[in-house]
Design a protein around this ligand. Structure first.
Ligand SMILES: Nc1ncnc2c1ncn2[C@@H]1O[C@H](COP(=O)(O)OP(=O)(O)OP(=O)(O)O)[C@@H](O)[C@H]1O
Length: 516
């Protein structure tokens, strides 16, 4: 049984949630809870009247200075006497006291004053006797090795007077930290029609977080289309700014496991406070929370607390809020309240631009023919496209040979074969016919009624997008039609998709079904 402490509001429900959610994600129950250690200590229960305030200040400091620095210098601080406008903080050694005083003294005073306005002075003292009398006043909250670290890039860096130089924004500061990848910047994100709206929204949030109408920002789209890239870009951009903005980025899965860890180490209050003290919270791959009802509940509360406090939330998922059917209704509703931006499947043009940018950055000359070939063959996922190009480049560097079409086919034969196998024209025809409720034979019939001709054109379009068949080959599969008919179908469907969003969504849905 997980111990439930009265002092930790909401932990009872949360404790059960942990076991439930582990069972959900692993398909069986596992009792990973820790037995009661009998210490009687729980988060926020030292008995000191200012313990809760101190908990919030500690969480804030942890976020600002990073986990390593926090543990080295600040974790051992205990609360001492409060007299009039002064609070005493106790440290176990003279060296620590002097160091904390010189490096963090001002910041601690500011935070104390902000938290408890009548406190104007912070006195740092050697703990001496007091330390023995009040052994674990503040330390139990974040046990070593199991601290639920919120990963933070502290834009604007560490405040003046702080000890170590700030960690590079987004670089992990503790063993649980989820770093922002410096490669995923706005500069390296190639913008095209399918992602321009999502990109513009991400830029806007990075420039002006918490703007009305943009909070939360919900980014969604298929696998490998740049959601994570855009989220990192927002974080990196904020980290470059002048203002002091704390950004926490984590996957929904990490969110759940950190929450579980916090419950096990009985530090949920600190976990919540850490989360709620950030300015921008970004949760990636939210669909992971489907079926994890209790973690959803926790996320919902965090979400509300942050939005109500004017903080920015950015969330990504593989579907739109309304299609995330396993999520609780009230969460879906709130997620859809801000800006919802779709990253559409890439077009040939965008894939070419991405390949060109990545090839140029690599410094290896890749002929346009090879880029075109790759953009035709690998249509689904930018990650795979990038992987294929990287392999070619590595090969060229290793053997000192130029990249040619022949070499490409040889080096990537396994990837290309897998892509050829992925979708057949017959499967496309079947799915499209089912979708519009027409007979499969109409895919090759001579009927020209729109109810039949339009689905047939869509099937041709998808055959061009999803297979590596040539136009004449596709034409043959559609009742021996000419390649110009296929060409016309492809451009007609692309044109209609631009104009008619409902139609575009239909085609997009079919594509996703065929690719999954
Ligand atoms: N428009 C783009 N410009 C440059 N690189 C891109 C673009 N879109 C995607 N990528 C690259 O493709 C790879 C996959 O992108 P990312 O991880 O952001 O996808 P995702 O949508 O989060 O996928 P998943 O659903 O798997 O989480 C990354 O290396 C990313 O840099």
């Amino acid at each position: 049984m997980v111990r439930v402490d009265q002092g930790n509001q909401g932990v009872g429900a949360a404790s059960e949630l942990v076991v439930d959610d582990i069972a959900d994600s692993h398909g069986h129950h596992s009792d990973r809870s820790k037995p009661d250690d009998g210490s009687g200590l729980t988060g926020g229960e030292s008995g000191h009247p200012f313990e809760r305030h101190w908990g919030r200040i500690r969480a804030r400091m942890q976020v600002e200075v990073g986990e390593v620095e926090y543990r080295t210098w600040l974790r051992q601080i205990r609360l001492g006497e409060v007299e009039a406008d002064e609070i005493t903080l106790l440290l176990p050694t003279r060296f620590l006291r002097d160091w904390v005083r010189s490096q963090y003294g001002d910041r601690l005073s500011t935070l104390w004053h902000a938290e408890v306005p009548h406190i104007r002075r912070v006195e740092l003292q050697l703990a001496a006797e007091e330390a023995r009398e009040r052994p674990a006043a503040a330390d139990h909250a974040v046990p070593a090795g199991s601290a639920p670290v919120v990963v933070v890039a502290s834009a604007g860096g560490v405040k003046p007077g702080h000890a170590a130089p700030p960690a590079e924004p987004g670089i992990a500061r503790g063993e649980l930290a989820a770093p922002l990848d410096p490669r995923f910047s706005f500069d390296s994100f190639v913008v095209g029609k399918p992602n321009e709206f999502a990109h513009a929204c991400a830029r806007r949030v990075a420039e002006r977080p918490s703007s009305p109408g943009f909070n939360p920002l919900f980014l969604y789209g298929g696998v490998g289309l740049g959601k994570t890239h855009l989220m990192h870009a927002i974080g990196l951009e904020l980290a470059r700014g002048e203002r002091t903005t704390t950004v926490a980025y984590m996957s929904a899965e990490k969110f759940m496991y950190r929450f579980i860890a916090a419950i096990r180490s009985q530090s949920t209050m600190e976990f919540k406070e850490q989360l709620r003290s950030v300015d921008v919270l970004m949760i990636d791959d939210l669909q992971f929370l489907i079926g994890k009802d209790n973690t959803q509940e926790e996320f919902f509360h965090t979400f509300n607390a942050l939005v109500d406090a004017g903080k920015q939330i950015v969330v990504s998922a593989d579907k739109s809020p309304s299609d995330l059917s396993g999520l609780e209704d009230r969460l879906r509703t709130r997620l859809g309240c801000g800006m919802v931006a779709d990253l559409h499947a890439t077009t040939f043009e965008l894939r070419i631009s991405i390949l060109e940018a990545k090839a140029a950055a690599s410094g290896v000359a890749v002929p346009p023919k090879v880029l075109e070939f790759l953009a035709h063959k690998i249509t689904t996922n930018v990650r795979e496209l990038e992987g294929a190009l990287n392999r070619l480049i590595a090969h060229a560097n290793l053997f000192g040979r130029p990249v040619t079409l022949e070499a490409t086919q040889e080096v990537l034969h396994d990837i290309l074969k897998a892509h050829d196998r992925r979708v057949t024209i017959e499967e496309i025809q079947r799915k499209v016919a089912e979708h519009w409720n027409i007979r499969l034979t109409d895919m090759s019939s001579a009927r020209r009624a729109r109810a039949v001709a339009r689905p047939r054109q869509v099937a041709m379009f998808l055959a061009k997008q999803l297979t590596s068949r040539s136009l004449p080959e596709i034409g043959r599969k559609f009742g021996n039609r000419d390649h110009t008919t296929v060409m016309h179908a492809v451009s007609r469907v692309a044109e209609l998709m631009e104009r008619d969003t409902a139609f575009a969504e239909d085609v997009e849905l079919l594509r996703r079904m065929l690719e999954s």
